[in-house]
Design a protein around this ligand. Structure first.
Ligand SMILES: Nc1ncnc2c1ncn2[C@@H]1O[C@H](COP(=O)(O)OP(=O)(O)O)[C@@H](O)[C@H]1O
Ligand SMILES: [Mg+2]
Length: 413
């Protein structure tokens, strides 16, 4: 089996690693230094280039890491070209690329989520905010790479958030949303449009610094199977959120095939949807895949042909921890080009998934992005031993990933 993996982060390194472990031949476009020998120089948004690559390499299956090519219609185009791809069509990926549409969808299907008003101007926003009272959450409708959500509790915060949304991001539509409280949880599932195979749940850490201080990031790490994600809770999430979402998408004519990622808040009234993503998360993917015992290509191939119901998906009953090593200046202005050393000091049972890495002309391994490596393992101390062993100038990482404080809560709220 030959598989094309689209993307260049830690997520795609983990996907490529898992596929190769099951004996697949893998091509990564464009990849990073961790997937170096497998890389093809085609960018993730170059859909024509990816079609040519998939044809020239005669791949059996394509897996897409990031959301942007899915929102741009990669899957629709591959279908026209009769190329097998695992992921949602542009219409199905709307669950991620339009938060306003998704809130309407959730409402139509009675799926629990925060109350919302969708507004099209600053003036309407101010009216909605006055009616509802602070605190509130202001959100961009469209894709914003993690920079489109503001929890606001003062008029000054409202002003700066509206400025960022309407002027900075150029949004035409924004959401004024009820502020929910509780720990967060990510629940991901494979789907072929009808059948769901739920993955072990994960909790990620978005803030740069320990104790959830500092600026928001793409994610500084996380762990799987937090103590408060009980079997009962997961059954509830499947029954009241994931299944009705799949059924709703099917009924509305956009069957959802791909990884469905529900970002949830565990409120006192039960789990509620904060958002959906239409693909694996990063770093959730690096945390979850080491637990997957079934051949990933077989799962995705079955899902792509609507036959996920015939495939059992097995998981190891363990918890993984993942710590992201970030570059100096991340997230505002990450510096690149710093020499990375010490990878040979990563303990044997810890994976070092590459994200922003590159081989320089003189074959030094150097930093090439904000998030540089994700270290993942089952033994917390070993993961941190690896985090300390790797060196590059200005390395930043959190020291409290997966440390559960009393009440079973360990992360970003
Ligand atoms: N209704 C809400 N109430 C409280 N916090 C929220 C709410 N919606 C979002 N958040 C916070 O903002 C973060 C980002 O929001 P999310 O909808 O996941 O957008 P994105 O991941 O696209 O930036 C969430 O992880 C959560 O911490
Ligand atoms: Mg989110």
């Amino acid at each position: 089996m030959k598989v094309l993996v689209v993307g260049s982060g830690g997520r795609e390194h983990a996907i490529a690693w898992h596929l190769r472990r099951s004996g697949a031949t893998v091509v990564v476009a464009p990849g990073n230094a961790g997937t170096g020998a497998l890389n093809a120089p085609v960018q993730a948004l170059d859909i024509d280039g990816l079609v040519d690559l998939a044809k020239n390499e005669r791949v059996d299956l394509t897996l897409v890491g990031p959301e942007a090519p899915l929102a741009a219609g990669l899957v629709d185009r591959f279908a026209v070209e009769k190329l097998t791809v695992f992921g949602p069509t542009r219409a199905a990926a709307r669950l991620e690329w339009s938060k306003a549409w998704t809130k309407d969808f959730l409402g139509r299907h009675g799926i629990p989520t925060a109350a919302v008003e969708t507004v099209g101007s600053r003036e309407e926003a101010h009216h909605a905010i006055e009616r509802r009272g602070l605190p509130l959450v202001l959100k961009a409708d469209g894709l914003a790479a993690g920079k489109g959500v503001f929890v606001v509790s003062t008029p000054a915060e409202v002003d700066s958030a509206l400025h960022m949304l309407f002027d900075g991001l150029g949004e035409k539509t924004i959401l004024v949303e009820e502020c929910l409280e509780g720990p967060e949880l990510s629940v991901l599932a494979f789907s072929d449009g009808q059948t769901l195979r739920v993955m072990p749940p994960a909790r990620d850490y978005k803030r740069l610094l320990d104790g959830d201080h500092g600026p928001n990031t793409g994610g500084m790490g996380g762990y799987t199977c937090p103590s408060d994600a009980t079997q009962e809770l997961l059954a509830d999430v499947e029954q009241r959120i994931l299944r009705p979402t799949l059924e709703g998408m099917q009924r509305e004519g956009h069957p959802y095939q791909g990884v469905l990622y529900a970002g949830l808040m565990l409120t006192r009234d039960g789990p509620k949807v904060l958002e959906f993503n239409c693909r694996f998360g990063d770093p959730e993917c690096e945390l979850i895949l080491p637990l997957l015992e079934t051949n990933l290509a077989e799962i995705c191939l079955a899902a792509a042909s609507g036959e996920l119901g015939h495939v059992g998906v097995d998981w190891r009953d363990d918890r993984t921890y993942g710590v992201v090593l970030a570059a100096r200046g991340y997230p505002d202005a990450p510096r690149t080009g710093d020499t990375i050393t010490g990878l040979d000091g990563i303990p044997a049972r810890v994976f070092g998934f590459h994200a922003g890495t590159r081989l320089a002309d003189d074959s030094r391994l150097v930093t090439a992005g904000g998030r540089v490596l994700t270290l993942v393992g089952e033994d917390w101390h070993m993961v941190y031993r690896g985090a300390r062993a790797v060196h590059f100038d200005g390395k930043q990482f959190r020291g409290d990933i997966g440390v559960e404080i009393p009440e079973g809560i360990g992360a970003s709220r």
